[in-house]
Design a protein around this ligand. Sequence first.
Ligand code: PMP
Length: 387
Amino acid sequence: MTAFSLKALLRPHILTLMPYSSARDEYTGKEGVFLDANENPLGPSLSESTAGDSQFNRYPDPHQWAIKQKLAPIKGVRPEQIFLGNGSDEPIDLLVRATCTPGTASGSADSILIMPPTYGMYEVSATINDVAVTKVPLTADFHVDVPAVLAAIDDTTKLIWLCSPNNPSGNRLRSDDIRAVLEAAREKLVIVDEAYIDFSVDQSWTSELDTYPNLVVLQTFSKAWGLAGLRLGMCFASEELIRVLNKIKPPYNISAPTQALALEALDHAADKDTMVREILLERQFLADNLRTIPSVQVIHPSDANFLLVQFTDASGTFAQLIAHQVIVRDRSKVILCDGCLRISVGTRAENERLLDVLRHIDSTTAPKDLPLGTAEVATKPELVSNA
Ligand code: PMP
């Protein structure tokens, strides 16, 4: 079996690319008279109380070393194995651009492999870059169809995307299946998107980075950390791949306020864990109550902070929820998600509002002869073990 070679996966011009060298790359000292970056020396156009002593008139650290130093021991990796992006959407795009030569029209293009239903940006990023997408659907119970995935890998495949816990189904993928793909696709990059890992009983795949040079793990500050507005995503991989992502990223991709606030958040990991526990209890509350609603057909087991729920009339329910200003995600037209809405776990008050509206919808639309309380509920050991 051929060993992993990142060089063989990279687009040739990326291999030889001379990256932009920013002012802050060339002089990394903190003290001095900084006349190198065409900044405004007089200060930010903000009130003093807003700006404080954060020097927003200066460019931020292009490599976010302070965050990486603090994050590395928390994640059990080396700082050099971390890339930080403007959301995890940024490394998703950079991975495609680093490895896939575009040109679906010419037929000579590279491709990525995804397993729908899954997070939409893998396909969108590939399509923006004119890169072909091979789709191998998950099985009906939302697990990896390992033989089909292995059969679909060919010479054009550069990236294989796995999402665990998966969006929109919510379940975690089986570790054995992920390992089988990592082992069989040794020459490809296998990305495990762990955006929802904090809500799962699973351990992160970051502990396997030194075993599998072809492994890439994505995480985000947008979910459990409660910092979606900051836009900060984490990518963990071999030092060699992280160097490539750093080479092709925009020079100052993480803003100074984001860096400052993320640094502070890392001191509040215990608060994050407390919030996760509360969200898991709310997920249980939501599932228990949804079960009593007649139009709910299936509640899929969830290892994430949302539930995929099948309704008798998903589009109708979705529209009525909107009319009552309760906004959920309509996934009913997505493969394997027939009739399903994806519902994020809210606060107790938000969840009760959702349930009230659903009960109201049912009471006004349910045919009289529909037996109540017959919803089929997927078995949910996960819901219990996570609580
Ligand atoms: N991966 C998955 C599976 C997601 O669901 C999302 C956002 N919903 C992202 C990545 C992107 O997250 P962000 O860009 O906010 O880090």
